[in-house]
Design a protein around this ligand. Sequence first.
Ligand SMILES: NC(=O)c1ccc[n+]([C@@H]2O[C@H](COP(=O)([O-])OP(=O)(O)OC[C@H]3O[C@@H](n4cnc5c(N)ncnc54)[C@H](OP(=O)(O)O)[C@@H]3O)[C@@H](O)[C@H]2O)c1
Length: 331
Amino acid sequence: MRMLILGGTVFLSRAIAEYAHRAGHDVTCVARGISGTVPAGVHHLRLDWDDPAAMATLRGETFDVVVDVARRPSQVRRFVELLGEGTGHWIFVSSISVYADTTVPDGGVGVTPLLPPLAADADETDVANYGSAKVSCEDAVRQAVPGRELIIRAGLIVGPGDPTDRFTYWPVRLARGGEILAPGDPADPVQIIDVRDLAAWIVAAAERGLRGTFDGVGPVISRGEVLERIADGIGVRPRLTWVEQDFLVKHEVQPWSGERSLPLWLPLPEYAGMMTRDWVPARHAGLTARDVAETARDTLAWHRQRPDDHRWLAGLTSQQEAELLAAWHRR
Ligand SMILES: NC(=O)c1ccc[n+]([C@@H]2O[C@H](COP(=O)([O-])OP(=O)(O)OC[C@H]3O[C@@H](n4cnc5c(N)ncnc54)[C@H](OP(=O)(O)O)[C@@H]3O)[C@@H](O)[C@H]2O)c1
């Protein structure tokens, strides 16, 4: 297959390029090349999606499949205008952030309402508009290539190459040992998908011509089990201290990501819908989810090749964690 990937220099889109190339497809990536490099053996067109004149060089090209990971509606509109007609199958990677209600557990495609599309005068680069921007991107794809589109609303993507640290924190933290602050209740739900599983599924979906809209999520497992699988994967026996979410909130620990945060933790019930989405439709359509132990082992190995002065984008520092644990034991 002749496949065009809009992206391909980092994480998911790079993994898709790698799997597609490995499967024998003729892969071209369109990216500036500032986030990284494309995999070996893949063609790289160094173009800026926001440069209309440069992008116009793609007009008239034909592809069996386009994979598009853009976040801005203006970019997706440009892509479909240039390439929609000449493309057999359009795969758009969206996000579960398109859903308007994060509180209701066990949601699914067609069940949970969507955010409104982004208003015409809204700033599409503002991260606060990410969900609505993805809704508008989806709409642009559906309108331009009706019946030829596959929309995958990804949940939390993790694994080697993840630039966000939203999972990496845990294998690295468990590997360091000592008393470890674990957030909330061990029974709280967690839902992740390994980047390699999602990428392999997207390539297989391209080969089969899969159409429709799916949540690209893995099975729901408890946070206690996730930490257990991580520990197994990296061969440690962690000393976990589970700290109630009210204490974390009171001590200004951030959920999910950023400074002074605890990844894989979202306060309940406000976010009960974020990590409990129905993965059965995707599983029936071919998505598989590997053991978290394997994800953890490979993520730790990948992390150990990063520079020592890597600036963490999520998690607690050792000092913050020690202070929080001391306060928890004093309470
Ligand atoms: N990570 C998660 O947990 C998560 C969760 C839900 C959904 N998603 C979705 O999953 C997808 C992830 O994609 P990803 O891993 O490839 O990371 P990404 O950061 O979304 O994609 C970046 C890719 O797009 C290229 N790009 C960005 N702006 C460009 C521009 N102006 N011109 C040319 N190329 C440009 C980048 O290349 P250069 O910078 O090198 O040009 C890079 O290859 C996204 O659609 C995201 O919304 C992610």
